[in-house]
Design a protein around this ligand. Sequence first.
Ligand code: IMP
Length: 191
Amino acid sequence: MKLLFATTNAGKLAELRELLPGVEVISAAEAVPHLEVEEDRDTFEANAEKKARSYLQASGLPSLADDSGLCVEALGGRPGVQSARYAPSDAERITRLLAELQRANNRKAHFTCALCVAFPSGELLTGHGECHGEIALAPRGAHGFGYDPVFVVPSGKTLAELTRAEKAQLSHRGAAMRAIAPQLLARLGRS
Ligand code: IMP
C-alpha cells in the first residue's frame, strides 16, 4: 500500500508515518522532488485539495495533502491560512505571535487541519480535525515543530513537551487522520 504525502515538512511526515502503520508513506521529496505547489487558496480545504490533485497528477500515486494552521481568538483567527507565511522561520513566527499577544487576556487558540487524498480513479477523500488550547507566555519543550512550543493543551503541557505518540492522540492532524483512516485503508487495499 503506497501513499504519497505531499509535504516537505519532516515533522509532519514523521507524524503521518506514526498515524498510518502498515502504509508505505512516500515523501514528496522522494517521489517528485521538483514539484512546488503554491498554497494560494483562501481555505485550508481548498489548499489541501489543490496540493493532493497536483501531486497525484505529477506522480500517478494516491496522494495525501494536509493544510494546517493556527487560529488565535484574540487575533480574529489569524494567522490562520497564513500561518506558514506569518514570518520567515518557526522561531520568528513564535516571536511575532508572542509579541502580538503581549497585552491579550484571551490566549485561546486552535489548530485546524484539512486532509485531502486524491486517488488515480478521480475519487477524493477529505477529513478535518481541530486541536484546542492556549498560547503560552514563553516557549517550552523540544519535540514537534512549528508553533508546538507555545501551544498549551488542557493538561498544561505544550505540544512540544509531548512525545510524538502523545501528540497524535490530541492533535488536529491525528483527529483528521482518524476521521478518514478506515476509508483510506480500505481504498488503498483495493489499489
Ligand atoms: P502548512 O500546513 O505546511 O501550510 O503549515 C502551516 C503553518 O502551521 C506552518 O508554520 C506549520 O509549522 C504550522 N503548523 C501546522 N501544523 C502544526 C502542528 O502540528 N504544530 C505546530 N505548528 C503547526
